[in-house]
Design a binder for this molecule. Structure first.
Ligand code: FES
Length: 86
């Protein structure tokens, strides 16, 4: 099993104000056994924050390209777990 997961945290103004700043530290809080398989990085505003009816609400995070709205650590960890188990 060598699946890897990329987590992109939106650092645009809306997401930042809505809490993405706190989420950026998630890399350090990942379970030890995930750390070599998960890459956490920032991303620029994708425009999702302008289309609440389509994407939901900020903050937005992408896990392997899939958008998570109103992201919090619990949602991100679940998405990582699902991606690692694929
Ligand atoms: S600021 Fe995050 S999607 Fe726009």
């Amino acid at each position: 099993m060598s699946a890897t997961v990329t987590v992109e945290i939106c650092m645009g103004t809306t997401c930042y104000v809505m809490g993405s700043a706190q989420l950026a530290g998630i890399a350090e809080r990942l379970p030890e056994e995930w750390k070599s398989r998960v890459t956490v990085k920032g991303m620029r505003c994708t425009g999702a924050c302008q289309k609440a009816e389509q994407f939901g609400r900020a903050p937005f995070v992408r896990v392997n390209g899939e958008i998570i709205a109103e992201a919090d650590e619990g949602k991100i960890l679940s998405a990582i777990r699902a991606a690692l188990e694929q």
